[in-house]
Design a protein around this ligand. Structure first.
Ligand code: ADP
Length: 435
């Protein structure tokens, strides 16, 4: 992992890595602080509520402590029999780990206390009556003992000498458990933080992948575009140089040169328009939706019919639009024209082209079937890519740049539709669009 991180520090992924690691570190730090805070606040809640419960019942605690005291005094003097002992054994403290220290009004301790508890050294603190105080003590064995204490004034008719009582609950176990949990939480958080270093390396690479892919795409696009522009420019240069070399010849003598130059200029104009369209729409096309009727399609088909006739191709229309279609007029027309143009370009004379439009309650379908040269399965995977042409020589001759279907796909995507390509029977291609 270290070597991977070293390698990463020199790569372009490094700022991304640092970003992710920073976020993870922040999350883990905040989580650790919150958990530890919640734990430290919660640790004494039960103890403190036990102290308050004991405070309500303080006279029983005083009685219990005094009985225990007298019992100790008797057993110390060996004056009891086994029977007496069973009668006098005071019940153990109501709440575990609870000790009670009884003070006279001048602060003397009235009951005997376990020497190991260290409580015999606790002075009466009249300033903090009724409030819970944390006390740290050292017993005769030198052990540190932690207590939560609550001192309250006492009025007991049976034991009038008792003026104050301090209830003390030992919290050593609680604190030890708390320390253990704190260590555990810190270890778990550090482990996850280490895992997050690996996760950051992965995420840094993963998040840059689409950026890199896009960058590669853009690069290829610019390269392709420049390449496409170079050919017409070279032709133009060549033709103009030829004209330049014959300053005395007339326009009539150079019609071929001029016509060819104009052709290339037209080509370049078309190419730059297409490129501009693609580039502008890369930011996302915002369709201008409106309701279109069956006539909208009929008008377009009339034009197509004329073009097909001019080129000696059979053009059939099947307009099944019964419902109103909600779409962008310009985009839809452009899409239809791209598919129609392609069908015309890649079919021979007398071949048939069938253009079908159909609407249902929810969908609108459009299909263009031709009996042309068809597209191989391998090429079908790429024809929607920018500048992809199956047969470069042939398509260029026909004025194609491999941008038509990329534009078509862009339009279909913007209208939230799908475009697919299939083989036609017995030959040719069918493009199917579904919105
Ligand atoms: P172009 O402008 O070069 O036609 P397109 O993006 O429209 O570019 O099409 C990409 C390629 O797909 C074309 O070069 C062509 O080889 C192939 N193609 C598109 N439509 C058809 C079709 N109807 N029949 C056969 N091949 C097609």
């Amino acid at each position: 992992m270290l070597s991977r991180i070293k390698g990463l520090s020199k790569s372009e992924n490094f700022p991304f890595f640092l970003h992710f690691l920073g976020v993870f570190t922040g999350i883990f730090l905040v989580m650790t602080v919150i958990i530890l805070q919640v734990m430290s606040f919660g640790i004494y809640t039960t103890v403190d509520s036990n102290l308050r419960t004991a405070q309500k019942d303080i006279s029983s605690y005083v009685t219990l402590a005094m009985i225990k005291n007298s019992f100790n005094a008797i057993t110390d003097n060996n004056k009891t029999t086994a029977d007496d002992q069973s009668k006098l054994i005071p019940p153990s403290e109501v709440i575990a780990n609870t000790d009670v220290i009884l003070y006279s009004s001048d602060g003397n301790i009235l009951n005997t206390l376990d020497t190991l508890s260290g409580l015999e050294y606790v002075k009466l603190d009249k300033k903090n009556l009724d409030s819970i105080v944390k006390v740290s003590l050292t017993n005769i064995l030198g052990e540190t003992l932690e207590y939560r204490t609550l001192t309250v004034p006492v009025k007991n008719v049976i034991y009038p000498e008792v003026a104050y009582a301090m209830i003390a609950i030992n919290t050593n176990q609680l604190e030890e458990a708390n320390d253990r949990y704190t260590k555990m939480i810190v270890i778990v958080m550090i482990t996850f933080w280490v895992v997050s270093v690996g996760a950051s390396v992965y995420l840094a690479k993963w998040s840059r992948r689409p950026i890199l892919a896009n960058y590669e795409k853009q690069k290829a696009f610019v390269e392709n575009a420049s390449h496409e522009l170079r050919t017409p420019l070279a032709v133009l240069q060549n033709r103009l140089e030829t004209l330049f070399r014959k300053p005395n010849s007339s326009i009539m003598d150079n019609t071929e040169n001029i016509a060819s130059s104009l052709d290339e200029v037209r080509n370049m104009k078309l190419l730059t328009t297409n490129l501009l369209n693609l580039a502008r729409r890369d930011d996302g096309i915002k369709p201008d939706l409106e309701t279109l009727s069956s006539d909208f399609f009929n008008d377009i088909f009339t034009n197509y019919q004329m073009i097909a006739e001019e080129q000696g191709k059979l053009f059939k229309v099947n307009n099944q639009v019964k419902h109103q279609v909600v779409s962008d007029r310009t985009l839809l027309k452009q899409l239809m024209t791209i598919l129609f143009d392609n069908a015309m370009k890649y079919t021979d004379k007398n071949d048939e082209i069938v253009f079908e439009v159909k609407s249902t309650d929810k969908h609108f379908y459009l299909s263009v079937a031709d009996q042309g040269i068809g597209i191989s399965s391998e090429d079908k995977k790429h024809i929607f890519d920018r500048f992809y042409r199956v047969d470069k020589a042939r398509t260029r001759q026909q004025g194609g740049f491999g941008l038509g279907l990329a534009l078509a796909k862009q339009i279909v995507d913007s209208l939230k539709g799908t475009i697919t390509v299939q083989d036609n029977e017995p030959k040719g291609t069918i493009f199917i669009v579904k919105f």
